[in-house]
Design a protein around this ligand. Structure first.
Ligand code: OSB
Ligand code: MG
Length: 369
């Protein structure tokens, strides 16, 4: 594949309801879309950096800068035969994983279209459906959260994840257990706690949670190891794992028993696959996380989640959990059994609705060699 030209689009889509985590509240989904043109085909990828550097250090602005000035000029001079040749090309550019991941996803889309392969099969996925759940944010009152959970259980979701922070934790989980019994439940703190909160986190051990996601600092696998030793519930790391090698170190230290894989956080699908394979070899379950992706990023996540060691339900919900109107056709929908069907068409398996992309574009740029 020779990439002839590229297009960047900063898009913004209003969320159907605000999403609040321990680090802040989002009303709008923002990201950078990458569109690559090669040999009469076009490939799409999403860099899910948000408006502000709250989940990690990247933003739409930093992703745009690094894509336009560094990553795309390098790519546009190359002939690649496989998307796996892309990560070595940009390895000397430090971090900026989400920026890189958007390009790599577009390369996989192009490659799969050219080969007549679905992205899921190209990645080594072997499932036709993936089990999914819904991730729900912090609300002003517990009653409002219970109402949302009821609504999503009615829609067919079989696993609930709720965001927690100090002061919004044990009472919330207790109320959910009282109201919804043994529903599959997990919590995500996005690094809101410190080792001084260990007693509170230990209280969560009584509620049969599937896992506790990223309780402590994103740069701290040492304190996570000490905490895991005091908990029965598995700790799952998200923010702390930014390379496959981070996963190895965290597992060696005993910092977690489960890993959340987000290809974008890890720098691309190839790094996501490597993390999956490493965990599989060590008998450690993984699951596919999300970053409120548009249909373009979501399609890639669905394909990745079809790999064999994705053993817990994914943070992948139907398009209508996030947006009034998604930018792919058809939108992602939930099956009656709480799964999402993995498309078997070549490439991403969904059609990008370019007109809708155009309508939510805030800024666009063409990059040519
Ligand atoms: O920590 O998993 C997270 C969304 C934005 C930033 C961080 C996270 C999340 C989610 C939502 O939990 C998952 C999704 O439905 O896309
Ligand atoms: Mg998380």
């Amino acid at each position: 594949m020779r990439i002839e030209r590229a297009e960047l689009r900063h898009v913004e889509l209003p969320l159907v309801f605000p999403f609040e985590t321990s680090f802040g509240r989002e009303d709008t989904k923002a990201c950078v879309l990458v569109r690559l043109y090669a040999g009469g085909l076009e490939g799409w990828g999403e860099s899910p950096a948000a408006g502000a550097p709250l989940y990690n250090e990247e933003t739409v602005g930093t992703a745009w800068h690094v894509l336009e000035e560094f990553i795309l000029p390098l790519l546009l001079r190359q002939e690649l035969s496989h998307p796996r040749e892309f990560p070595p090309l940009v390895r000397h550019l430090r971090r900026h994983h989400m920026a890189k991941a958007g390009v790599e996803a577009a390369l996989w889309d192009l490659y799969c279209q050219a080969q007549g392969l679905s992205l899921a099969r190209a990645l080594g996925g072997d499932r036709d459906q993936v089990e999914v759940g819904v991730s729900l944010g912090i609300e002003a009152e517990i009653g409002a959260l219970l109402g949302r959970i009821a609504e999503f259980l009615n829609r067919g979701y079989r696993r609930i994840k709720v965001k927690i922070k100090p002061g919004w934790d044990v009472a919330v989980v207790r109320a959910i257990r009282r109201t919804f019994g043994t529903v599959r439940l997990q919590v995500d703190a996005n690094s809101a706690y410190t080792p001084a909160h260990t007693p509170v986190l230990r209280e969560l051990d009584d509620f049969d949670l599937l896992l506790i996601e990223q309780p402590l600092g994103e740069d701290d696998i040492v304190d996570h190891a000490a905490l895991q030793a005091q908990l029965r519930t598995p700790i799952c790391l998200d923010e702390s794992i930014v390379t496959p090698d981070d996963a190895r170190k965290a597992l060696d230290l005993g910092s977690c028993r489960v890993i959340n894989i987000k290809a974008a956080r890890l720098g691309g699908l190839t790094a996501g696959l490597a993390t999956h394979d490493l965990c599989r070899a060590r008998g450690v379950p993984v699951w596919c996380g999300g970053l409120l992706e548009t249909g373009i990023g979501r399609a890639a996540n669905i394909a990745l989640a079809s790999l064999p060691n994705f053993l817990l339900p994914a943070d992948l919900s139907a398009s209508d959990r996030y947006f009034h109107e998604d930018i792919i056709d058809p939108p992602v929908t939930l099956n009656a059994d709480g799964t999402i069907t993995v498309p078997d068409r070549p490439g991403l398996g969904f059609t990008v609705n370019v007109e809708r992309v155009r309508r939510c574009t805030v800024r666009s740029a063409a990059v040519a060699p």
